[in-house]
Ligand binder design. Structure first.
Ligand code: GLC
Length: 468
């Protein structure tokens, strides 16, 4: 099949979250199985700064109502994935990927440019797979202007419905050259605004999200953040497929970023060495304490406040806590004060580093992920792969991938007491039930988190979309 992925980030080029991992590892899996995959990305300044040697192909112009905009097209290839990088100094020559007040306009430009390139190069993809709100309007654009004898089919994957791509209703014409009818009919209207995510849900042939439980949550009024109505309308075309992870990058048996490798059959000495190394790195002297790791963006979505609220209790029960992440300043400050008060038990690194992340995944006993909502979640999957047992809230993909007292610990209510219950169970295993703990670690190490099965689900969905 010829598949075009359209997204705003992709490993190893540009990443702010799990989306980048998924675009890369799913694409690579498809390529390894004989499919042709193109990934469209903005040619962010950050990519140019990295000095990647993308090959200039041509330039063109697009119209965004009164705007006449330059589009540079560059090609690049990694692991057989063919990247199409869209160059615009005006829109992408900035320090960050997002967070600008014209983000809506930037991704309107991106979407229209993708449409133009697909047509101009006569690419004729079997599937255009769009991800999240940024390219959400592309199906509406392309369905309005199909190639003469070629019908393109569209799949949307929702990685995080918290971001809906809201635009003023007049942006439909002003940015996208689309008629007001789409707004008046309700197809792209959400809460009196245009939502590019809703547009994609409405116009794609198939819609997926990244776990069955998140799918269920999205179909309920309370949890869907306004999208339940349109998703209910698409219910039969809406599927939940759990993400895989890059099992080569995250492989305790071969990982060069950890001090000693290990596998399910003999994990004890390796994992112990990794724990010592992790605690040395953070200058935490007591190597026998149960060690809780956190690798996360420090934002409200991730339930970080529940960790802070339970931290004193955890320290009282003898825990070490190690944290890697950055984000909202009150949460960063919260952890910094905790470390200042307990320098022998708390280690913190504000920022991001792959090397430290791997150390935490391998060297911790438990991995904290009490998210308020979590469409899929990748940290818990990586932790399990390293035999580190996740402690998670039963939401979205966390519920689907962590089984209490089998390969992790769970709790339901989003409150500190409920999380404390799960922590108590974990402490109980650590201090009083080493055999039980050993069994759970082995269960986690045995899990198959590769993309194979999920990729096959996507291929099935692509085929169903093509029948539409
Ligand atoms: C988003 C979601 C996360 C998911 C990732 C990849 O970042 O918040 O749960 O794992 O996308 O699909």
């Amino acid at each position: 099949m010829k598949i075009v992925m359209v997204a705003s980030e992709c490993n190893p080029l540009c990443k702010t979250g799990g989306l980048a991992d998924v675009i890369y590892s799913l694409s690579r899996e498809l390529v390894n199985n004989g499919h042709e995959v193109f990934v469209f990305l903005p040619y962010y300044k950050l990519l140019k700064n990295k000095g990647i040697k993308a090959e200039y192909q041509y330039y063109d112009y697009i119209e965004m109502s009164w705007r006449h905009q330059y589009v540079g097209v560059f090609n690049y290839e990694i692991d057989g994935i063919k990247f199409k990088l869209i160059d615009s100094e005006q829109y992408f020559g900035r320090d960050n990927l997002y967070g600008y007040n014209d983000d809506g306009e930037r991704f309107a430009y991106f979407s229209i440019a993708v449409q133009k390139i697909i047509h101009r190069e006569n690419m004729r993809p079997d599937i255009v797979h769009v991800h999240d709100w940024q390219p959400g309007m592309l199906p509406a654009l392309m369905k309005g202007a199909p190639l003469d004898d070629w019908k393109t089919h569209f799949v949307l994957t929702i990685h995080n419905a918290a971001f809906k791509g809201y635009l003023d209703r007049y942006a439909l014409g002003d940015l996208y050259n689309l008629s007001d009818d789409m707004y008046d009919s309700g197809a792209v209207r959400l809460e009196g605004m245009v939502s590019t995510l809703k547009a994609a849900i409405y116009f794609c042939d198939k819609v997926t999200t990244v776990s069955p439980t998140y799918r269920e949550e999205m179909l309920t009024k309370d949890l869907s953040q306004g999208l339940s109505e349109v998703l209910e309308f698409r219910r039969d075309d809406f599927a939940g497929v759990v993400n895989g992870i890059d099992v080569k990058e995250f492989d305790p048996a071969n990982d060069k970023k950890i001090i000693k490798n290990y596998s399910e059959k003999a994990y004890k000495t390796g994992k112990k060495a990794c724990k010592n190394d992790l605690l040395n790195f953070f200058h935490l002297p007591n190597k026998d304490r149960p060690t809780f790791g956190l690798v996360s963006r420090l934002t409200w979505q991730k339930g970080i406040s529940l960790i802070l609220q339970n931290s004193q209790y955890m320290l009282d029960r003898g825990a070490n806590i190690v944290i890697l992440g950055s984000g909202e300043s009150n949460l960063e400050v919260g952890f910094q004060s905790l470390r200042d008060a307990h320098p022998d038990q708390v280690g913190i690194y504000i920022g991001y580093s792959d090397d430290i992340a791997h150390k935490i995944y391998a060297g911790s006993d438990f991995f904290l992920m009490p998210s308020l909502f979590e469409p899929c979640g990748i940290g818990q999957l990586i932790a399990q792969r390293y035999g580190t047992l996740p402690i998670v809230r039963e939401t979205g993909g966390l519920k689907d991938t962590v089984h209490p007292e089998v390969d992790g610990f769970t709790f339901y209510s989003f409150d500190p007491a409920s999380m404390k219950g799960a922590l108590d169970v974990a402490f109980g295993y650590y201090y009083e039930n080493k055999d039980g703990l050993d069994k759970m670690i082995k269960n986690a190490l045995k899990l198959d988190r590769s993309w194979g099965e999920s990729m096959n689900r996507y291929l099935g969905i692509y085929k169903d979309a093509m029948r539409k």
